[in-house]
Design a protein around this ligand. Structure first.
Ligand SMILES: Cc1cc2nc3c(=O)[nH]c(=O)nc-3n(C[C@H](O)[C@H](O)[C@H](O)COP(=O)(O)OP(=O)(O)OC[C@H]3O[C@@H](n4cnc5c(N)ncnc54)[C@H](O)[C@@H]3O)c2cc1C
Length: 468
């Protein structure tokens, strides 16, 4: 693998590992998502005067542009168009596509396993950045059972596509059966968690399923139900009350059942039990009830963690009690001006990156570091059917304008001109033509019986088939 090939002193990574004494300073970034990739890009800017190698370690060679993930799942844009290749985004950094498995802060070494290889390798660092994002929060079984086994999530590309595949599968199944009660159970979609992600999911998915149902002669509008549960007294609790009330009213007008102050305590394959002990028939539960720090943080020895398991950082982004470990993004608990941790949002992670880079440069140049308070710029939530709610720097908007603002802002924020054009083209085509209501194959078990098994002595499977 070429190691930062543009410079004469760069060499293959294996050699660099062996000649640690002669190498340049190295900044290792754990996680190449919003925080990690924007930081890696930032560190290469001349203005910081840093002459360092930057290595990102991530299990993927892309990061997801999350604001568009739900649209990608529901077919408004091509799934590929909401991914950003890390190598292209931060071309001056190097990337190890690997699983991070350990940390030795005394030796300043990270352990990792390259994807597709079992060997554990070490990489030394002068500065370590922890930007490992978050995971979906699943409550213990005695509070809510069956989530891990039966629910869908909205965190990875495979989650988004799996939900769409599930919806198409259930439409096909429901259309083919005569039992009305069973058909209604098949087409009851339950979303748990009524904040931004849950609302975006229900808004988009409801449009997808209802529009798709026009092609299914046995399915009527009454057969399809969407329900959303949230323990808070209102949906979209992160927004000012008036906007939340407006958004809830619009969802209700579309027939979506809203259950606030309530949750689900058991998830089963064909029903849920709600917090009032009511049994509700449904075959799809989508769990969007919060996020948690990634469990791997607990296995990285020497990292200071808070009581929730997040990386405990000072306001200059340095991990508490360390000299050269820094955190940003969802996994880092960094106090804002009010002392509360900054919210786990992409807009925050992106704007934290320049201050982390500046503080690393300050340490390298023996200058004091500075706190880097990043305030929330606003929240925009699309509700589907060309409606949305938005609260931006004190301005509150709802309806078509809010939806249009959401699209414009995230289009402009999408990295690279080419990708922006691709997303725009998807949206235009989507406005002109119907979506493709097809599965994208997130059911690998469906194809297993099409593979040949090479058992010994089995002539039919061992021979080179000349059949056509
Ligand atoms: C559906 C959805 C919609 C959202 N919409 C918005 C929005 O509209 N606006 C907004 O501001 N925010 C939004 N967010 C939140 C936003 O995506 C996060 O706040 C942001 O991604 C945080 O950046 P990060 O770098 O901390 O984490 P991430 O971007 O998640 O990056 C973490 C990276 O670490 C890697 N990683 C983790 N563990 C390991 C390991 N053990 N080994 C190797 N690699 C590892 C992952 O592969 C990933 O690439 C949304 C989130 C979701 C799920």
């Amino acid at each position: 693998m070429p190691w930062m090939a543009s410079s004469a002193d760069r060499m293959p990574l294996s050699l660099v590992e062996e000649t640690v004494l002669s190498r340049r300073k190295r900044i290792v970034v754990l996680g190449g998502g919003f925080g990690g990739s924007y930081l890696a890009k930032e560190l290469s800017r001349r203005k910081y005067g840093l002459d360092v190698d930057v290595v990102i370690i991530d299990r993927n060679n892309y990061f997801i542009f999350y604001p568009l993930l739900i649209e990608a799942g529901c077919g408004s844009i091509e799934p590929r168009h909401c991914t950003v290749p890390i190598r292209e985004f931060s071309p001056k950094a190097d990337l190890l596509m690997a699983e991070i498995v350990g940390l030795d802060t005394t030796a300043s070494e990270v352990s990792y396993q390259l994807i597709g290889d079992d060997q554990t390798r070490q990489l030394s660092y002068d500065h370590l950045i922890v930007a490992l994002g978050s995971v979906t929060r699943i409550l213990p079984d005695h509070i809510v059972s069956g989530v891990r086994e039966h629910a869908f999530f909205m965190k990875h590309m495979s989650d988004a596509v799996a939900i769409r595949d599930r919806a198409v599968e259930l439409l096909e199944l429901a259309n083919a059966i005569d039992d009305v009660e069973e058909r209604r159970r098949l087409l009851h979609f339950v979303i748990v968690g009524g904040n931004v992600t849950g609302i975006e999911v229900i808004g988009e998915l409801e449009v997808f399923v209802r529009d798709a149902s026009a092609y299914y002669h046995n399915i009527s509008d009454d057969d399809i139900t969407f329900s959303i549960y949230d323990l808070s007294p209102r949906l979209l609790a992160v927004l000012p009350e008036k906007l939340s009330v407006w958004g809830t009213k619009k969802l209700r007008e579309r027939g979506i059942r809203i259950h606030t102050g309530k949750s689900i305590k058991e998830v089963h394959a064909d029903h849920v039990i709600d917090s009032d002990d009511q049994k509700i028939g449904c075959r799809t539960v989508i769990w969007t009830a919060g996020i948690a720090p990634p469990p791997i943080l607990k296995e990285l020895d020497g990292l200071p963690l808070n009581k929730f398991g997040g990386l405990d950082c000072q306001s200059d982004y340095r991990a508490v009690g360390t000299e050269n470990i820094w955190g940003l993004g969802d996994c880092a608990s960094v106090p804002g001006p009010d002392g509360k941790p900054m919210p786990p949002l992409a807009q925050i992670a992106i704007r934290q990156a320049p201050q982390v880079a500046a503080n690393i440069a300050a340490v390298e140049q023996s200058r004091p570091t500075k706190p880097g308070h990043v305030a929330l710029q606003g929240i925009l939530v699309p509700l589907g059917r060309h409606r949305g709610v938005a609260s931006l720097k004190g301005i509150r908007v709802h309806g078509f304008l809010a939806w249009f603002m959401w699209r414009c802002i995230y289009l402009l924020k999408t990295p690279r001109f080419g990708r922006r054009m691709a997303v725009l083209t998807d949206w235009v085509l989507n406005a002109l033509y119907r979506k493709d209501y097809v599965q994208l194959g997130m059911r690998p078990e469906a194809h297993r019986d099409m593979c040949s098994s090479h058992s010994e002595g089995d002539e039919t499977t061992n021979q080179d088939s000349g059949e056509s």
